[in-house]
Design a protein around this ligand. Sequence first.
Ligand code: ATP
Ligand code: MG
Length: 510
Amino acid sequence: MQTQVTAEDGARRPPALQMTGIAKRFAGVHALKGVDLSLRGGEVHALLGENGAGKSTLMKVMFGIVQPDEGRISLDPIGAVRIDGPRDALAIGIGLVSQELSLVPQLDVAQNIFLGRTRGLKLVPRRDFRRQAREILDDLAPHLQIDTPVSALGMADRQLVEISRTLARGGRIIAFDEPTSSLTPAEQESLFAVIRRLKAAGKAIVYISHRMNEIRAIADRVTILRDGEVVASGPIGDYSEARLNELIAGRELSREMSTEKPAPLRAIPVLELRNISTARIRNVSLAVGAGEIFGLSGLVGSGRSAILRACFGIDPLLSGEITVGGAGVALGKPADAMRAGIALIPEDRRGHAIVPMTDVERNFGLGNHDRFASFGVIKGAERRRAARRYVDELHIRPPAIGTEMRNLSGGNQQKVVIARWLATGARVFLFDEPTRGIDVGAKAEIYALLRRLAADGAALLVVSSELPELLLICHRIGIISGGRLRTIVDNDAGLTEERLIALAAREDNP
Ligand SMILES: Nc1ncnc2c1ncn2[C@@H]1O[C@H](COP(=O)(O)OP(=O)(O)OP(=O)(O)O)[C@@H](O)[C@H]1O
Ligand SMILES: [Mg+2]
């Protein structure tokens, strides 16, 4: 089955897998409306589209998790195939790294990599499968130990185990659904090296991401879904970035995504950090004013998120002081921070922050008890009204607030979590990667929202790995490395991506 296919052969041969006229309705949502997709061996096919466009659903159909109402799948050289479940998909060589992680936390890394292969497990001696797990990890994540329980791993490492698990199963068609959402740039590079090798070996790869630079780096071909339909498909070289964004959003984004910098600002400090140190950061001092958006730039692990955790009372202060509105804040725990008017919108929103089996309205109300309850009784009408307003402002889809959270697409779940925190009426907002996993159109909506919060007098501290994002929304940017705040720069006309990179590099090798 694993014949080598050269690029030339790939072009002449029929597609490795062809999906035709795939349609799927869920209660109230027409998620896929007759989608065609052809995957060729030796090619990386990017699947793009807004949050809720149908990307994950299409991949779940291909992997047998979702049964389509209409359409057919054919596989070269077998012809039409029925895929009733992941077992069928795996048996005919289809693999999926899904957007939601599906690991068993109690088991160790190697056990998770070979999870669900009960028959295989009996055939492959234990020592052998641990060796295989080690080999796969050597390529992708050499730092991981095979006998660490998954419960002890952070998000990024879990994602790497999930990917390794799909790789271990082999197959000639492999789909990656937002595989890099919590990886560092270095880990992303290792993954890309693995994908390039798979491609060279003739595999057909599907790659889903909202990050355009990744798409440019890895994809050969692109298909764009909007509202469950294919709106464009072709070689990636045929599309400019502006055109891709337009096709994804269904409208021109030039205005919202303009490169115009925020107007300079002289503001009264609201949040002040004076010489704070925690286990992860040393002597950080900064002040964020009313109406100001202050960016934190630096590599993953440099201490950016640790600064936010300190401000929210998660990591205890070893020394220094934090004040809000001039008054010192006793930060023993997040509840103290919330009482002081501080909100943290964490990076790992899907991991911690949602209750999948309850509806959007209740998920929105979580943590907003004080606002939507009096004496323990939920003020339903008020909560409903507020939830509807945010659903509308952030274009959460589908818009019915009674939808169960688990039936929302990944990006839309994130928007619900963001809405929850916006509704707290805090004065200080700490955002960790506010637009990770969010489509380009909704990004513009979130930027508009951040600007509005600032215009209303809030102080915003924003961690982002996306330099264009920092340059677009921040008044000032602090460069973090090795747990220290190295410099603070004004986001004026002279500040460019290149200069930010140069500053960070200089601070790394003093
Ligand atoms: N099991 C389900 N029940 C009801 N609706 C569903 C279910 N699964 C998906 N949907 C709906 O189908 C649509 C497509 O969702 P899908 O997860 O495929 O989007 P996506 O393109 O992957 O988005 P994202 O970029 O946010 O991950 C959405 O409107 C979603 O709410
Ligand atoms: Mg998805």
